[in-house]
Design a binder for this molecule. Structure first.
Ligand code: NVA
Length: 309
């Protein structure tokens, strides 16, 4: 059975550390390893809009010596034109790994259950685990390496029920971070995710706080992160989502409650004037473009690590 990466907790703390260390090595030299030389192909399939994810996976697969086989989900219509299982059997006979961005998590779980090659979650409704690897790499980059991650406090503000919140909870706890997520009462994470994050944190020295108070979320934090209030797939709720999040906008007043040297993360695309002000995202504490670059290094490390298994 191949190893898959569908959720952040598919890597143990020790395994996540190996991936991050390899990611740091790829940051130093993009061409240290070519596990896909041949070239071997990796399928990148997307059912939702993408820029960073397609770009970083395609570039990364090429730099690993492979061929990025980009498949438009609108053409493939996986699960509609052909079942997920049949599609997966066809794809996995041709490629060395499958990277999929899709909607429900049950879709990618079904793919993984029949795939002969590793399946990687490139964002689902529930999780965005590759982004969190990149975010952890970015914190390591700015805080003295992977060894400096445990004990850092990461505050995530906004839609605390979305894929980024879930992945910060699981992936952050795995890295030994103190994870705080803050959002309006109706947009808090599922109890099961919080319980799983606390279980992981108990073993890594991290901790988990969920709150509806934006100031409590960011107070003293080393890292402050936010994300869009309207995720892909939530567009029909744009109007009902316009007001509840307003107290969670990351502006200079709120950021002033974080540590003086706090760094600011945003997975992008960002909506200036909504979840984050232009002053903050374009300001001196923002490292969002390092974070975007680190998608490349983190995902190359993940693919190389999975292909080694
Ligand atoms: N939560 C966002 C992340 C975008 C990269 C979404 O799912 O649309």
């Amino acid at each position: 059975m191949p190893r898959h990466f569908l959720r952040d907790d598919d890597l143990t703390p020790a395994e996540q550390k190996q991936v991050l260390e390899l990611g740091m090595a790829f940051r130093e030299d993009r061409h240290i390893r070519q596990p896909l030389s041949g070239p071997r192909a990796v399928a990148f399939i997307t059912d939702k809009p993408t820029l960073r994810t397609q770009l970083s996976f395609a570039t990364g697969i090429a730099e690993l010596g492979g061929f990025p086989m980009v498949v438009d989900g609108n053409l493939a219509q996986i699960g509609k034109r052909e079942s997920i299982a049949d599609t997966t059997r066809v794809i996995s006979r041709q490629v060395s790994a499958i990277v999929w961005r899709t909607f429900g998590d049950e879709r990618i779980a079904e793919m993984a259950s029949v795939s002969d090659v590793p399946v990687v979650n490139a964002l689902t409704d529930g999780f965005h685990p590759c982004q969190i690897l990149a975010d952890l790499l970015t914190i390591a980059q700015h805080r003295g390496g992977v060894a400096a991650l445990p004990g850092q406090t990461l505050a995530y503000l906004g839609d605390a029920a979305n894929n980024m919140a879930n992945s910060y909870l699981l992936g952050g706890a795995t890295a030994g971070l103190h994870v705080r997520v803050g959002g309006p009462q109706d947009y808090l994470p599922d109890a099961a995710i919080v319980a799983r994050a606390r279980e992981i944190a108990a073993g890594t020295g991290g901790s988990v706080v969920v709150t509806t108070d934006p100031v409590e979320t960011v107070r003293g934090a080393d890292v402050v992160a936010t994300d869009t209030w309207v995720s892909m797939g939530d567009e029909a709720q744009a109007a009902s989502r316009a007001t509840p999040f307003l107290p969670f906008q990351l502006g200079t007043d709120l950021l002033a409650h974080a540590a003086a040297d706090a760094i600011v993360l945003h997975c992008l695309p960002a909506y200036r004037g909504k979840e984050i002000t232009a002053e903050v995202i374009d300001g001196p504490q923002s490292v969002v473009f390092d974070e975007a670059e680190n998608r490349l290094h983190a995902q190359k490390a993940l693919l190389a690590w999975l292909l080694d298994r």
